[in-house]
Design a protein around this ligand. Sequence first.
Ligand SMILES: [Zn+2]
Length: 264
Amino acid sequence: MKMLLKMFMFGIMLLLQGRGLWAGILDDVMKGKATVIDLTYPLNGKNAYWPVGNYASFKYEVIANIKKDMVFSGRYSTPEHLGTHIDAPNHFVLNQPSVDQIPFEQLIGPAVIIDVTDKTEKDADYALSLSDVLVWEKTHGQISEGSIVLLNTGWSKRWQNFEDYKNMDMNGRMHFPGYSKEAAVHLVEKRHIKGIGIDTLSGDCGICSDFPVHHVINSAGKFILENVANLDKLPPKGATLIIAPIKIEGGSGGQCRIWALMPK
Ligand SMILES: [Zn+2]
């Protein structure tokens, strides 16, 4: 009987330890043992947005201030696809979840950072190729299921200047890097990632017509993060992402806060 009780207690201990291990990175954050990097640009009137049609810049105005009204308060308006934001699966494909319907489990996961800055320096229209993904995997191991893949193109250097960022030519065509359709298909079908992200205006490169990457990702019920900040501060793997999108009922996407958590 004593033996049984001992075994039972040992089992409970293992369970508790397992729970501790599982809590892992969040525990470390709370104890100050992890580094937190904010991958979000602050919202203001200079933020990049998709520069066509009815899209517009971010607007903020003070509607009450403490000196006059005893309280400080503002109101704002913005397109969903402005600044650091998420494209919900319904952005390009019918009958896919809207931004408020993406479950939390989809919005947390290990980050994979692929750096193509050397290629984009020579070619602003560079699209991440399937072979870039395979080369990354040769060094860092196969991309695990449930990862969130982020592409560092070096475009964050242009963030402060919207003209440089959209890089439009005389014919109104934009030139900035993105993913290729082949790379997106591979990540969805062979690696079962949760979503992708990039430090430019779009998952598709500026000159790509018909948004093939958006269609691949959204058709699979997955999301794209755009205008992601600080990707140059992340290691190729090892960070955990938390994405917190605004909950617009039925929305096609919207501003989100993105944190990367890394053990110190
Ligand atoms: Zn978007």
